[in-house]
Write a protein that binds this ligand. Sequence first.
Ligand code: FAD
Length: 491
Amino acid sequence: GKMSVGNSETGLAVVVGAGPVGCLAALALAKEGWKVALYEGRSAQRSVNLAISSRGLAAIYAVDPPLMERIIHDAIPMKGRMLHTTDGKTESQLYDRNGQCINSIDRGLLNEFLLQEAVDFPTIDVYFRHKLVTANFDARTLTFFSEEKNQNVDICFDLCMGTDGSYSNVRRQMMRVTRMDYQQEYIPHEYVELKIPAGTDETGQPSFLLDPNHLHIWPRHSFMLIALPNKDKTFTATLFAPTCVLEPIDTTDKAAAWFSEYFPDALRLIGEKKLLNDFEKNPRGSLISIKAMPYHYKDRCIILGDAAHSMVPFYGQGLNCGLEDVRVLINIMRSEGAIHPRKRATGEDVDEPLERAFKRYSETRHEDLVAIRDLAMNNYVEMRHSVTTPSYIFRKTVDNLFAALTAPYVPFSSLAPRLAREDGGFPIYAAKGWLALYTMVTFRPDISYATAKKKVERQSTIITGLGFVSAGVVGITVCLAGVRMILGLRK
Ligand code: FAD
């Protein structure tokens, strides 16, 4: 890598962490005229697949429309959940009444797309194997450990973006200088990844062993298995279970018995030997949920993505939300006149428009980030348990019926360009009519997470009300019938 200069004619933005959010942030700033240095601690990363939906895609579209097209091209659309019962029955539940899909994509591939775009961008310099060690925000310097040089290097910056994930060091450095409220919570569940291999079709070509256009779920109340399709016709399966369930399964025999009791069909698909080996050897991941506030320090540092709001993965929104952070922040920076990098005059310490923009971001984005973290936590129970209950199915039916009667269909193709606009595309049809929560969160990036959550709480009150009214009607009918009977008997 070359030495970074910093504080030249244009402002230097240093982005720490080249995950998907960091890469998108780097591209967005570079396109607005910033000189960007993107620092990444690792050299390569593990591949897992995840579901990207309208929010994440709209955010990428706002920065780079052709890139979004390429990403969609390499993803596999999933139109619904496929539930697998213990006795091997399956049931498809569509995600959206208008047929909209979420997309399964290899996380490594998605990161690679975004990173390559950043590497190719003339005003972005990317430095691998540079780990942030410490920051002096008041002096506007960051210290990285360079593996290549085997020593620390100091970098001057105008603007620092922390996109260094759940265990963010930028966040930790910021906590030393600002009064940040911070909370982290581990849930009792861990996750282990397993792989469902490809089968072979009649012509000897690899083929999917399960329907590729569904996200497969084996809900077993306190734990569950899910599987998402890959381009190579395999599926990546993830087992989520509490440590207290996993720990006692400490021998191959116990594991074989456990899988054949709860996931007999998955055991057959993966193959006993492979499954037991993966189950034993693959690393167990823990799941953390993080809250922080504020997200910025003065005019010079802001955290985005998992660094600011790690959440449990059960709504499939972690990354979508992180990418949306970039779109929302850039729109706020534009509207505060803070988007263009400018050279501060000698003696001028603070860039006021930038400070205003960051403050406004912290204040306005917070309720959405809290909302989605809470929704993700609620969905933790929904996915492994509620999806199988009659009341869930009833609610889904009512939602679909009311939505069909009242809510206009707003396709992604009309939403994405509007959200990319300078003013952030203030809602035109936002939240009109009756909308299912899943639809709002997943397919309606024009409706903020907090709005979606509030709206659904109102809708629930109405349903409960309707329940009382209908119970009342039934009650009165029964009473009248009783009165009639008594009167009839008297006659
Ligand atoms: P990260 O991807 O964590 O990237 C941070 C980067 O910063 C890394 O490359 C790291 O090496 C680098 N870094 C860290 N520290 C330093 C340092 N000190 N110096 C320099 N570099 C540093 N989200 C969805 O939207 N849909 C899903 O279906 C979904 N499924 C998930 C399933 C599981 C099991 C899990 C755990 C998460 C899932 N997520 C999903 C969430 C998603 O993976 C994250 O939200 C997303 O990866 C966050 O991106 P990021 O760029 O903010 O952080």
